[in-house]
Design a protein around this ligand. Structure first.
Ligand SMILES: [Zn+2]
Length: 408
């Protein structure tokens, strides 16, 4: 039972209510939480693949991003939101630009999100001031939307694109305003090697040394960490957004040391990263790939089981974002962010019992099994029909925008 956006009762009985959702043959799950993405990047999906990272960024992605208009980012956010709702994601942490338009789209469609403008100062103090001002403006804009579903987050892009001054400014702004400090950390081997050469320190050691770490930080990737850096993150209370599909596709090399993070008590959530480097926003795929990559890497099938993997995509994601008292599980008093999976599908049968349902969800389910998506008590999709997005119109508009983008 849901009242005023919150769960008021959890049982399997039928009650009289204003709106009744048919749960026959379906199971309810907490909505999935994507802790690192770049929503409007769906516009670049499939445009350039199978390239080396630097070539891919410099020759393909950055030139196209330079031409993205606010309207393009708005339409991209609508398309990305449709994909999220249809694949069971109810909350996400985003980083991109033209974020006012993204915020407007997210408010309209009803998803829960933490939105950040990605600061890149390239070690230029004049540029840093302009970027900080853009952040402050976006902070004010998000407050003006007056919906607790859409929250501001800060995002210095990465330690290799932002000066130490900006990284520390971000930490202080995040603490003062009680917001997330969202950043890419130790994603590639090259980044790690360059840091070692230029700073004489590893990436996380460097961030610790300049005083940029805090328990407000959500660090995406964290692939290239030593055990002692994991301890530094744990001590500082930094959370990690693990993005296994993107890391594998971009050949970042290495595998994020998840077992060590668990042992050290670091909060870990799962992320897809942007659709240019994934190429979907599918959290079911991310769960499966996550479990498989760690099993393969450690030669140990027990290193990450189905329940733990599902937890990473739900309550683990909520802890990563600091909202575990609000979402991440189906409990009385929590926000009603719930998805229904239709279990009457060949890929989810037979069902051997409650425990194997978790295996079905992690190893066999797909977005096509998501029947209903509810956020804050509002139906965003029912019987696979989107309620807040005109999908046909969005597909047409995005197709036109993508044609213009590619043609230049
Ligand atoms: Zn990213």
């Amino acid at each position: 039972m849901i009242e005023d956006g919150r769960i008021t009762e959890v049982d399997s009985g039928v009650r009289a209510a204003d709106v009744v959702v048919d749960g026959n043959g379906k199971i309810a799950l907490p909505g999935l939480i994507n802790t690192h993405t770049h929503l409007s990047m769906v516009l670049l999906r499939g445009y350039a693949d199978d390239m080396r990272l630097q070539d891919w960024l410099q020759r393909k992605i950055w030139p196209l991003e330079a031409r993205l208009t606010p309207e393009a980012c708005y339409q991209g956010a609508l398309l990305g939101s449709a994909e999220m709702i249809m694949s069971g994601t109810t909350t996400f942490l985003d980083m991109y630009f033209n974020m006012e338009e993204v915020a407007r789209a997210v408010k309209e469609v009803g998803l829960r999100a933490f939105l950040s403008y990605g600061i890149i100062d390239l070690f230029d103090s004049a540029k840093a001031k302009v970027e900080q001002e853009k952040c402050r403006k976006f902070f004010d804009y998000v407050q003006s939307l007056e919906t607790p579903r859409v929250q501001f987050a800060l995002a210095p892009h990465a330690p290799y694109t932002c000066s130490p001054e900006t990284l520390v400014w971000a930490k202080e702004f995040a603490e003062k305003n009680k917001v997330i400090d969202h950043i890419h950390v130790a994603e590639t081997r090259k980044e790690q090697a360059d840091f070692q050469k230029q700073q004489g320190a590893r990436v996380v050691e460097f961030l610790d040394k300049i005083g940029a770490l805090s328990n407000r930080m959500v660090a995406a990737h964290c692939v290239w960490l030593t055990k002692s850096e994991v301890s530094i993150l744990a001590k500082a209370g930094v959370s990690v957004a693990h993005c296994p599909v993107s890391n594998m596709k971009l050949a970042s090399g290495g595998v994020a040391p998840l077992p060590e993070m668990f042992d050290a008590g670091v909060a870990v959530g799962l992320g897809t990263d942007g659709a240019a480097s994934n190429n979907s926003l599918d959290m079911f795929e991310t769960m499966k790939v996550c479990a498989l990559v760690h099993k393969a890497h450690r030669w140990d099938a027990t290193v990450l089981d189905a329940q733990k993997t599902l937890d990473l995509a739900t309550i683990g994601g909520a802890k990563t974002l600091g909202i575990e008292d609000q979402v991440g599980s189906i409990e009385v008093g929590k926000k009603a962010d719930i998805i229904l999976l239709d279990m009457r599908s060949p890929n989810l049968n037979p069902i051997h019992g409650k425990k194997t349902v978790i295996s079905d969800i992690v190893y066999s389910a797909s977005p096509a099994n998501v029947d209903t998506t509810i956020v804050d008590g509002q139906l965003l999709m029912e019987n696979r029909q989107l309620k807040t997005i005109d999908l046909e119109r969005t597909l047409q508009t995005v197709s036109r925008i993508a044609d213009d983008l590619v043609r230049g």
